[in-house]
Design a protein around this ligand. Structure first.
Ligand SMILES: CC(C)(COP(=O)(O)OP(=O)(O)OC[C@H]1O[C@@H](n2cnc3c(N)ncnc32)[C@H](O)[C@@H]1OP(=O)(O)O)[C@@H](O)C(=O)NCCC(=O)NCCS
Length: 179
């Protein structure tokens, strides 16, 4: 079921609030980016960029939440509710039933189930908006993203060089495949 906002508990009990991104989130996204390790930046952007430019922040937040949809996550167990993760899909203009996904969880919150919650939320949203395939490019040594995509039944092929392409078929109720 597609939800614009919801709360969830991570494996360590941390309560998080997840909602669709809006243009006012630029500052929080910038702060979250600064908390990402070198490795996470490289895994997300393929090159370990040092900062997000104003044009990139605009691209990442000024979205229609239909063809380009993104969730932001806040840790509401902390007083200032910092941003701790983002997940998005962007519909492929040349193949409108497909969309590319990207997921980022800041390092301190990785391996607590948040990536899994976010991919499920993207699958539900994608289904609602008529997207049949979600694909993502993964650096070949990014075990976390490979495991996360496999968990939802992704097929993974080599794309080019050190990049893999993982594709998820969007179904009405995507169950987790145990591997
Ligand atoms: C990839 C990423 C989004 C995963 O998020 P996460 O919140 O750590 O994911 P989860 O906790 O839901 O883990 C998903 C599964 O992968 C496994 N996993 C995650 N990281 C792992 C690691 N380093 N080694 C082994 N298994 C790992 C988890 O155990 C889990 O399996 P389980 O549910 O059977 O226990 C996160 O590591 C991240 O943001 N990395 C940096 C950016 C990036 O690589 N993005 C992907 C490219 S767009």
């Amino acid at each position: 079921m597609f939800r614009r906002e919801f709360t969830a508990n991570l494996k360590d009990g941390t309560e998080v609030f997840i909602r669709l991104i809006c243009p006012e989130d630029k500052g929080e996204i910038e702060k979250g980016f600064m908390r990402l390790s070198f490795r996470s930046r490289r895994n997300r952007f393929v090159v370990p960029i040092k900062e997000l430019l104003p044009s990139q922040l605009k691209y990442l937040t000024e979205i229609d939440n239909t063809n380009h949809l993104a969730y932001g996550v806040m840790d509401i167990s902390l007083e200032e509710s910092p941003g701790i993760g983002v997940a998005r899909y962007i519909r492929d203009p040349e193949e409108p039933e497909s969309a590319e996904i990207a997921v980022t969880v800041i390092d301190d919150y990785q391996r607590l189930g948040l990536g899994s919650i976010l991919v499920k939320a993207l699958l539900d949203a994608a289904h609602c908006y008529g997207i049949r395939k979600l694909y993502g490019f993964i650096i070949q040594d990014n075990v976390s993203m490979i495991k996360l995509m496999r968990k939802y039944g992704a097929s993974i092929i080599r794309d080019s060089g050190y990049l893999l392409k993982a594709t998820l078929v969007v179904e009405e109720t995507q169950s987790v495949r145990i591997v």
